[in-house]
Write a protein that binds this ligand. Structure first.
Ligand SMILES: Cc1cc2nc3c(=O)[nH]c(=O)nc-3n(C[C@H](O)[C@H](O)[C@H](O)COP(=O)(O)O)c2cc1C
Length: 189
């Protein structure tokens, strides 16, 4: 079952923007992050939630999407995320966040998948602009933005070919293909 959930939990970048996500749903997802592992159990992560169209628009304009898809500037109006969770590192709790934010992000996205939603981790963020737009105090480091919504695209996993190219791509029907390395390639001993 965990494998099925992980298989379904792809990075989605096009959504049914009109399908709203309630604040309570976002709180439930952050609760999954709250219960996840944290280095030294320091729990330095804090979160900003957004499911309001105006706040969503402020966040959206600071994100970069799908760097390998050179001809695609990101989701167009109507296909944009209906919610975001911004993961922050509280420097008054810890100076290093190790991989806490990655673990939190995965917990949140698995929870979203279980709820019939989907999303994408976004690290390509104009952090200074986002900080300004949302008045995020300097004590919080912006670690990741999670875009969330009801997925509107098909994403398929395939094997990395003999040329070793790991770049994801879209076919003529807008199906998004994600090459994954084989088990034998990644288990080295
Ligand atoms: C730490 C991290 C940062 C990422 N940042 C971005 C990003 O800035 N923009 C984006 O479109 N996708 C981003 N992604 C999504 C990856 O491109 C995606 O995970 C990869 O293509 C594999 O697809 P999959 O998640 O469906 O397996 C990020 C993923 C991770 C784990």
């Amino acid at each position: 079952m965990v494998r099925d959930l992980i298989l379904k939990n792809r990075s989605y970048r096009r959504f049914y923007q009109e399908v709203a996500i309630e604040p309570e749903t976002l709180r439930g997802l952050v609760d999954l992050a709250r219960l996840s592992a944290s280095a030294g159990n320091r729990q330095p992560l804090k979160y900003i939630l957004s499911c309001d169209p105006e706040k969503n628009a402020l966040i959206f304009s600071q994100l970069a999407w799908a760097a390998y898809l050179k001809d695609w500037p990101g989701p167009s109006e109507g296909e944009r995320p209906s919610a975001y969770i911004i993961i922050l590192g509280d420097t008054e709790v810890s100076q290093s966040f190790l991989c806490d934010h990655g673990i939190a992000a995965q917990s949140i996205l698995l929870g979203a998948t279980e709820r019939g939603l989907g999303g994408c981790m976004i690290a390509s963020v104009k952090v200074d602009e986002l900080r300004k737009a949302l008045s995020i105090p300097p004590r919080y480091e912006i670690m990741l933005v999670l875009a969330l919504g009801k997925p509107k695209e098909k994403v398929v996993i395939e094997s990395v070919g003999p040329d070793g190219d790991i770049k994801y791509w879209r076919d003529s029907e807008s199906v998004h293909h994600v090459p994954k390395r084989s088990l034998d390639d990644i288990i080295i001993g």
